[in-house]
Design a protein around this ligand. Sequence first.
Ligand SMILES: [Zn+2]
Length: 162
Amino acid sequence: MPRACTVCTHPGLEAINRALVEGTPNRRIASHYDVTERAVRNHKANHLPTKLVMAQSAEEVAQADDLLEQVRDLQAKALGILSKAEEAGELRTALSAIREARGNLELLAKLLGELDERPQLNILISPEWLELRAVIVGALEPYSDARGAVLKALESGGNGSA
Ligand SMILES: [Zn+2]
């Protein structure tokens, strides 16, 4: 019998989920809510999307929509930073914006995949991904080594059906 998740049973679950979606570091959440970092990590990987799908009440559904909306906002911000960094030629900033955007996208794909009944949601052909990809390629144009490495990493980190 697996032990109950200390995050799922936590009175602050809703706030924790929101913090996770906002990208608050697991360590900070763990210390703030007095749970283990491992529990937070496990909850984020395994329970957060399922929680959203299992939302039954109107209130829970509204919360799920709200989380999706937040991820979309974050994604728009990350893309904004990326294009500014691109204009300024700041490679480090661009790379960290790419990492942010990619994390958001993965979470978004996972949430949408869980919410959507259709069996396949291919991140690699989603409009968001194609847009991000185009921005990345453009941003890294002057840095061919970095560009090659980033693209390779992005491709190998897809959902494996490329
Ligand atoms: Zn949990």
